[in-house]
Design a protein around this ligand. Structure first.
Ligand SMILES: NC(=O)c1ccc[n+]([C@@H]2O[C@H](COP(=O)([O-])OP(=O)(O)OC[C@H]3O[C@@H](n4cnc5c(N)ncnc54)[C@H](OP(=O)(O)O)[C@@H]3O)[C@@H](O)[C@H]2O)c1
Length: 323
C-alpha cells in the first residue's frame, strides 16, 4: 500500500486509473496538523506548495505535474525523489509555440487591435512594423504578413517539447536548427556553446529550456543583438531565460519581434514597458494548460504510482535520492 497525497479538491474522475494498492489521501489546502503521505502529487504551480509540504510526513517521492521544477527544487529536501512532468506538456506547449509563430508572422495581434478600432488597413500602413522596408513587391502590392515556409527556426532546448515543436513544424517546409546542453547526432543537435554562432542564421528563435543557473539570462543583450533584424523570439520556457530590459530595448528599437508566454517578472505588472513594446505578443503563462492536459498528467501520475508500488524505476527523476 502506498499513501498518495493529492489536492483536496481533485476530481474523482482523475483518480480512476490509480492502482488498487494506492490509498488516496486528500490534503487540505490549509492543513491544521501533520498528514502521512508516501507519494505526493503536487498541486499545480501553487505558491503555497512549500508551506503545504511542511505539513507532510514520510514523503519519499514528489511528482510535479509541470515540466519545469525550478519552483520546487530549491526548497525540497535532497532526500526526497523529485520527478518532473516531462512529456505531459508536449502537445499543449508545442501547439502554443506553433500558434505564437504563425500568429506573429501573420500579424494577428496587429489585425486584432485594428478590428477593435474597426479599422480596415494593412500592415504596410503601420510605422511600428518591419514590412514597410521596401523590396521587389514595392509598386506591385502591399505586404500584409510573412510566410513561415523556407524560414529557419532555431529551437533552443531540444528536449521533449522541443522535439514536439519540430514535429509540428515539419509541415511548413522550414529549416530547423537544434540546441541542447550537449551536442548529439540523429538528428543533429548543437551544444549551447554554439548558440551565438547560430543566432544570426535564424528567422525564428524558440526558447524552451528549463530555468537553471545556466539558462538564466541565456538571451541577454549580446544574444538579442546577434539575431537577424526583424527575427522573432518566442519564449515558452521561463521569463528569466530572457533578460527583460534587453528585450524591451530591442523591441522598442524595432530590431526584433517577440511572442512570450512567460515573462520576468510574472505576473507582468500593469504599466510594465513590455506590455506596450511594439511587435510583442504576450499570453499569461497559459501555454501548457489545456483541459486535455490534466488527463494526460494524471494518467502519467497513476503510472508513476504503479511503478513505485512494483519497485520499478520511476520516470522523469530530476533528483534521485533512492528509496
Ligand atoms: N509555457 C509553459 O506553459 C510551459 C509548459 C511546459 C514547459 N515549459 C518549460 O519548458 C521547459 C522544457 O520542457 P521539456 O519538457 O521539453 O524539458 P526536457 O525534455 O527536459 O528538455 C529540456 C531541454 O533543454 C536543454 N537544456 C537544459 N539546459 C540547457 C542549457 N543550459 N542550454 C541549452 N539547452 C539546455 C536540455 O538539453 P539536454 O538534452 O542536453 O539535457 C533539453 O534538451 C520546462 O523546463 C519549462 O520551463 C513551459
Amino acid at each position: 500500500m502506498v499513501r498518495v497525497g493529492v489536492d483536496e479538491k481533485l476530481s474523482e474522475e482523475l483518480l480512476v486509473g490509480f492502482p488498487p494498492g494506492a490509498e488516496i489521501v486528500r490534503i487540505p489546502r490549509k492543513p491544521s496538523g501533520v498528514v502521512d503521505v508516501d507519494f505526493w502529487i503536487l498541486p499545480f504551480a501553487r505558491r503555497d506548495a512549500e508551506e503545504g509540504f511542511s505539513h507532510l510526513r514520510g514523503v519519499k517521492v514528489v511528482q510535479s505535474m509541470m515540466a519545469g521544477v525550478d519552483w520546487i527544487a530549491p526548497w525540497l529536501p535532497k532526500d526526497v525523489v523529485l520527478c518532473d512532468g516531462r512529456g505531459i506538456h508536449d502537445i499543449s506547449a508545442s501547439e502554443w509555440v506553433l500558434t505564437a509563430i504563425l500568429a506573429s508572422l501573420k500579424r494577428f495581434p496587429l489585425y486584432r487591435d485594428m478590428q477593435g478600432r474597426q479599422e480596415w488597413r494593412g500592415q504596410a500602413a503601420e510605422t511600428a512594423g518591419f514590412l514597410n522596408e521596401g523590396g521587389v513587391q514595392v509598386g506591385q502590392y502591399r505586404v500584409l504578413g510573412d510566410d513561415l515556409a523556407v524560414k529557419t527556426v532555431l529551437i533552443v532546448g531540444y528536449g521533449s517539447i522541443g522535439a514536439a515543436i519540430e514535429a509540428r513544424l515539419a509541415a511548413f517546409g522550414v529549416t530547423v536548427l537544434r540546441v541542447a546542453r550537449s551536442a548529439r547526432s540523429n538528428p543533429a543537435v548543437f551544444a549551447v556553446g554554439e548558440l551565438d554562432r547560430l543566432l544570426p542564421e535564424a528567422d525564428v528563435v524558440v526558447a524552451i529550456v528549463p530555468l537553471t543557473a545556466e539558462t538564466r539570462g541565456l538571451f541577454g543583450a549580446k544574444q538579442l543583438g546577434l539575431m537577424k533584424h526583424g527575427a522573432l523570439l518566442v519564449n515558452a520556457a521561463r521569463g528569466p531565460v530572457v533578460e527583460t530590459d534587453a528585450l524591451v530595448e530591442a523591441l522598442e528599437q524595432h530590431r526584433l519581434r517577440a511572442a512570450l508566454d512567460v515573462t520576468d517578472p510574472e505576473p507582468l505588472p500593469a504599466g510594465h514597458p513590455l506590455w506596450s513594446a511594439p511587435n510583442c505578443l504576450i499570453t499569461p503563462h497559459i501555454g501548457g494548460s489545456t483541459p486535455e492536459f490534466i488527463y494526460r498528467a494524471f494518467r502519467f501520475g497513476a503510472d508513476q504510482v504503479r511503478r513505485f508500488l512494483a519497485g520499478e524505476p520511476l520516470e522523469n527523476v530530476v533528483s534521485d535520492a533512492g528509496y
